[in-house]
Design a protein around this ligand. Structure first.
Ligand code: GDP
Ligand code: MN
Length: 382
């Protein structure tokens, strides 16, 4: 789950990372109220989950209530790269002497955490990485060891931050790393991390991606969900407890096991089709689960055919076939289904499906044949 800036700052604050005082506003009147509370000058910031808000006109300074009204009115409803602004963050404006960059993320290839710091902040890090890769200092952190203050200092030193900013920045790095690990994030990024003329260092922006797999131990994350822009299909799937990822194609996919589901996407691609989703129904594949899965896929307007790919293991093929047949009775489907059933009791399962075969429900013995048929029913290879 990606957090909005204001949520990211709230999260940072829990770990002691300094941020500017401020509040959210959904209307012009609320923006004025928050500005009066924070004290002028304030900065009014569009809350959308896309970078470059500054350049797009979504971030404005205001010296008084009249300017707040003007800017808040302009920014609310603004469309920034396809994201409509519904909420503002209003905070006490900072004087900026220098803008830096700091982040922690996972380096999956290295199987370690990666910390990055740069004296070139306020610019997209991808741009810095391309133009001036030397300007980004990096360290790998073994999750078992964690990040010591000494290593955090080395990092800000090698990034070449101004000497007066180094203590403050190293202190923030240690806290940011704790936020990353204890806060169960996949990414924490401060851009810009600023140095003020009076020598303080603090976070002016916040980008936080939480690891949804850790949600079970963070009941407090629920409050972050309210404004999240979530794919309708993914919302529906989450409500039903399904492992689902929405994609853009036309072939709806249902498989049991994440590995088989991913292979199914590959095979559909290989025969020229485009998957509409990833959906792993897990080991069960009961009528209940199957009906839920079909409902989610049925709600996707792009889907033209559905490919159910089940390999019976502990779950027997006949039980799966019965589940599918029962589910079909519950859900009125817009698209035809192609089923490939293999593994334990596959013969029995196929016999059950055979009794229900029609041009809306076809069975194929292998994955590739089934994929070809599903792609054909979806309108052919692209
Ligand atoms: P982004 O463009 O979406 O990454 O939004 P940021 O929150 O990073 O803000 C973009 C830029 O606006 C920053 O790099 C600053 O230069 C400027 N900015 C943001 N807040 C303040 C502030 O409090 N005071 C001043 N002077 N500039 C600010
Ligand atoms: Mn930024």
């Amino acid at each position: 789950m990606d957090l909005f800036e204001y949520q990211g700052k709230q999260y940072f604050a829990r770990f002691g990372i300094p941020v500017s005082p401020g509040g959210v506003a959904d209307t012009v009147a609320e923006a004025v109220e928050q500005a009066e509370k924070a004290g002028y000058p304030v900065v009014i910031k569009a809350q959308v989950q896309v970078g470059g808000r500054g350049k797009a006109g979504g971030i404005k300074l205001a010296d008084n209530a009249e300017e707040v009204r003007l800017h808040a009115g302009n920014i609310l409803g603004m469309n920034i790269s396809g994201h409509v602004v519904r909420r503002l963050w209003v905070e006490l404006a900072s004087d900026i002497k220098k803008e830096y960059y700091a982040s922690f993320t996972l380096d999956r290839a290295a199987k370690q955490h990666l910390g990055m710091v740069s004296a070139r902040g306020g610019v997209e890090i991808e741009v810095v990485a391309e133009e001036d890769p030397e300007a980004i200092a990096r360290i790998h952190i073994n999750p078992v060891d964690g990040l010591t203050l000494a290593r955090a200092r080395d990092l800000v030193d090698s990034a070449g931050l101004d000497p007066e900013a180094r203590n403050g920045a190293a202190d923030i790095l240690v806290k940011l790393y704790r936020c990353f690990v204890d806060g169960d994030a996949d990414l924490v990024e401060i851009n810009p991390l600023i140095l003020t003329p009076d020598g303080r260092v603090h976070a002016l922006d916040a980008k936080v991606t939480l690891d949804d797999n850790a949600a079970f131990r963070h009941p407090e994350w629920d409050e972050f969900r309210g404004l999240q822009v979530m794919d309708d299909r993914e919302k529906r799937a989450r409500d039903k407890g399904l492992q689902y990822v929405g994609l853009d194609g036309t072939v709806g996919i249902i498989a049991n096991g994440a590995g088989l589901a991913m292979s199914t996407l590959d095979v559909v691609n290989q025969v020229g089709g485009s998957p509409a989703n990833f959906l792993d129904v897990g080991g069960g594949a009961s009528a209940e689960v199957m009906a839920n899965a079909l409902e989610v896929i049925n709600s996707d307007p792009k889907v033209r055919s559905i490919f159910i790919n089940i390999f019976g293991g502990i779950t027997r093929g006949d039980a799966v076939a019965n589940g599918i047949v029962e589910a079909l009775g519950r859900v009125e489907l817009k698209s035809p289904i192609v089923i490939r059933l293999d593994g334990t009791n596959a013969e029995e399962g196929r016999a059950i499906l055979k009794a229900h075969e029609s041009d809306r429900l076809v069975s194929r013995p292998t994955m590739v044949e089934a994929a070809r048929k599903a792609v054909e029913l979806a309108g052919g290879a692209q």
